[in-house]
Design a protein around this ligand. Structure first.
Ligand code: URA
Length: 192
């Protein structure tokens, strides 16, 4: 799997399926341990991610890492993190639906190879694309639903938590629920 994974990551740099290829510095495949069973999905790379080639490396990524650490999760060790859209939308605008649609095949391939038991959607763009088009983060965060044999949960985007720190306790509750769920369905993740 590692050879194929590597090849897909390299091939992504040649992707021209949507207009974002014209303005990107590089496409951002993802970061983490491809042997994990827990996949986090954000929205799209921002400026820092576009420059560094890794998801969630700016301020919101630092907050995410800190919160993950509390529940024993670490991008360098036992989870994988990627985005719905692999290239930065200019001016950090939301990805257009046609850009998400063009890009989703990359995420499907990643998901097929990774075969996660749990998917965590970070924010509205991810949760509405992956879980339910009508997903409301403020109302449905932290709830696990099963889809195609995968448990899925939506929670707050870390950038939203930077804007609204009063939502941090609720987001932390979601991660504690995630820790319980991992222990229940894929405890081996905590051995990685
Ligand atoms: N926001 C996201 O959704 N993804 C990133 O990689 C960075 C910021």
């Amino acid at each position: 799997m590692n050879g194929l994974w590597q090849k897909m990551a390299e091939d992504l740099q040649k992707c021209e399926k949507c207009g974002l290829c014209k303005t990107r510095t590089q496409a951002v495949w993802g970061v983490g341990n491809p042997e994990t069973k827990v996949l986090f999905i954000g929205e799209a790379p921002g400026k820092n991610e576009d420059e560094q080639g890794e998801p969630f490396v700016g301020r919101s990524g630092q907050l995410l890492d800190k919160m993950l650490q509390v529940v024993g999760l670490d991008r360098k060790k036992n989870i994988y993190i990627t985005n719905i859209v692999k290239c930065r939308p200019p001016e950090n605008r939301d990805p257009h639906p046609e850009e998400s649609a063009a890009c989703i095949e990359h995420l499907r391939e990643q998901t097929r190879l990774l075969a996660p038991k749990i998917i965590v959607c970070l924010g509205r763009i991810s949760a509405t694309r992956i879980i339910d088009p009508n997903f409301k983060v403020t109302r449905q965060h932290g709830q696990f639903i099963e889809k195609g044999g995968i448990l899925m949960m939506g929670t707050f985007h870390p950038a939203a938590l930077l804007r609204n720190p009063n939502q941090k306790p609720a987001a932390m509750e979601d991660l504690l629920a995630l820790r319980d769920k991992i222990r229940e369905v894929c405890p081996e993740v905590y051995e990685l």
